[in-house]
Design a protein around this ligand. Structure first.
Ligand SMILES: NC(=O)c1ccc[n+]([C@@H]2O[C@H](COP(=O)([O-])OP(=O)(O)OC[C@H]3O[C@@H](n4cnc5c(N)ncnc54)[C@H](O)[C@@H]3O)[C@@H](O)[C@H]2O)c1
Ligand SMILES: C[N+](C)(C)CC=O
Length: 488
């Protein structure tokens, strides 16, 4: 597959000719080489997007027509779903089941925003002044930079691309430099759908070059970023160059609260799903288990027994339940956290190292790991590890559970398991999180907003509110009987 950039309707190599090896996390083989863009390429893409917004017809194209383009992209994604899923698995190591679920979500997101594109006709409000009309309309923000991470490469891009182009913006997408494959493929599909030149641009390359250029550029009106908290901080600072709008989807340290009255088997099953789906490399992973003290020992025994049976392997093998981590660098970061946990006095109940299986030695595999005897003040409980590592704490009252769950700088998502629905509703209301699941973990879909409280982010993606992030609100006031005031 030709991994080049798409700028102003043309597929191009990096201006300086640089390329990067794209590594398969399963066995460290080189999948392909990708163009490695620089600031120079980012500047060209911003200029193309600027021209397409300021001079092109895109923003003024009827919303129903823009919606039709977005719908066409959805249909092309559905047509190529299996190929896209295979590419995502190759690039990230996630299982084919996980990749197929991503592709379903991605097609759903394009369908949803295609449908919303022409639904907002503005609104008249009751003007308090006589002889006047007062109308509120929403218009596109302008040129949008969109920076995405490696864990859900295409899904996170789709959440940004679909609402942005549906509302008449022009975009420059910068995927993670280590996982560009599916984003490139979807740009090929957008070209096939007939999107005009300059409306959607793709620049590959490092965050510190391409990403920084997009965040600093005074020609970019909005930056939408999904990634780590420290990168988010830098982007927020760079965005002050022209006070661009920012949307930040950052990390999480997500609590999963299990009460003694929960359906035990369901809660065990979902605690594993929460923590180990995609090897825990999920912003909303339920990495922090809070179990009511009276069932702690039984619960830990049950999850440890099941964790021992999790099948590690190639994402392409339909029997595999957990793939490798994304890179050598990330594996070493997660292993370091396991050492920190031991030094802090937590107990490794299961896992804690790399697998012995000889067939897995070339991949970035780590055994699913559970720490017990954890305290809220430990680094492994407070910091986002972003790997298959679960910490377990206990509580003895509803109030203590909520207090402990809220005791991190993050506020992305979390869950509670109980058969007492009133208790579940009280807990959901007490949690300072953007998403709360009751008796479930992980569901998200195009219709519901996604985003974080506290340091998990700013703004929301998905839902109507996610669409509004890509619009400016304008008040148009018309005096229907103008007369001179003669003040001066
Ligand atoms: N809240 C959410 O919805 C959500 C979803 C997925 C991932 N995440 C978070 O993403 C993180 C993992 O992803 P990652 O390791 O790719 O994150 P990262 O912050 O290292 O990188 C994300 C993107 O930012 C770019 N980047 C890096 N430095 C930059 C800079 N100085 N200026 C501009 N761009 C820069 C990278 O090249 C990449 O494209 C985790 O913290 C995870 O929780 C959050
Ligand atoms: C937003 N989500 C859950 C799809 C991916 C987070 O990493």
């Amino acid at each position: 597959m030709d991994i080049r950039m798409y700028i102003d309707g043309e597929w191009v190599d990096a201006a300086n000719g640089e390329t990067r090896d794209i590594i398969n996390p399963l066995d460290q083989s080189v999948i392909t080489q990708a163009a490695e863009g620089s600031r120079e390429d980012a500047v060209k893409a911003v200029q193309a997007a600027r021209r397409a917004f300021d001079k092109g017809p895109w923003a003024a194209t009827p919303a129903s027509e823009r919606g039709a383009y977005v719908l066409k992209v959805a249909q092309l994604i559905e047509r190529d779903k299996e190929e896209l899923a295979e590419l995502e698995t190759l690039d990230t190591g996630k299982t084919m089941g996980e990749s197929r679920a991503d592709m379903d979500d991605i097609a759903g997101v394009f369908h949803y925003f295609a449908g919303l594109a022409d639904k907002d006709g503005g609104e008249y409000i009751a003007s308090p002044l006589p002889d006047s009309d007062s109308k509120i309309v929403r218009e596109p923000v302008g040129v949008c930079g969109q920076i995405t991470p490696w864990n859900y490469p295409l899904l996170q891009a789709a959440w940004k691309i679909a609402p942005a182009i549906a509302t008449g913006n022009t975009i420059i997408v910068k995927p993670s430099e280590i996982t560009p494959l599916t984003t490139v493929k979807v740009f090929q599909l957008m070209e096939e759908a007939g999107l005009p030149a300059g409306v959607a641009n793709l620049v590959l390359g490092k965050g510190t070059d391409v990403g920084a250029e997009l965040s600093e550029s005074v020609d970019v009106d909005l930056i939408s970023f999904t990634g780590g908290i420290e990168t988010g901080r830098k982007i927020m600072q760079s965005a002050t160059s022209n006070m661009k709008k920012i949307a930040l989807e950052l990390g999480g340290k997500n609590p999963n609260i299990v009460f003694a009255d929960a359906d035990f088997d369901l809660a065990v099953d979902q605690a594993l799903n929460a923590a180990f789906f995609h090897a825990g490399q999920v912003c909303s992973a339920g990495a922090r288990l809070l179990v009511e003290e009276s069932i702690h020992d039984d619960f830990v025994k049950a999850i440890v027994d099941r964790v021992k049976n999790i099948r590690l392997g190639s994402g392409q093998d339909e029997e595999t339940q957990m793939g490798p981590l994304i890179s050598a660098e990330h594996l070493s970061k997660v292993e370091n956290y396991i050492e920190i946990g031991k030094q802090e006095g937590a107990t490794v109940a299961v896992g804690g190292g790399r697998p012995d299986d000889k067939t897995l030695q070339k991949g970035f595999f780590l055994l699913p790991t559970i720490f017990t005897d954890c305290r809220s003040d430990m680094r492994i409980v407070q910091e986002e590890i972003f790997g298959p590592v679960l910490t377990v704490e206990t509580f003895t009252s509803e109030e203590e559970a909520v207090e402990k769950a809220n005791d991190t700088v993050y506020g992305l998502a979390g869950a509670t398991f109980t058969t007492d629905i009133s208790k579940a509703e009280r807990v959901a209301s007490g949690l300072r999180l953007g998403t709360v699941w009751i008796n479930d973990f992980h569901p998200y879909f195009a219709q519901a907003p996604w985003g974080g409280y506290k340091q998990s982010g700013i703004g929301r993606e998905l839902g109507k509110v996610g669409m509004e992030e890509y619009t400016e609100t304008k008040h148009i006031f018309r005096n229907t009987n103008p007369e001179a005031l003669n003040f001066f």
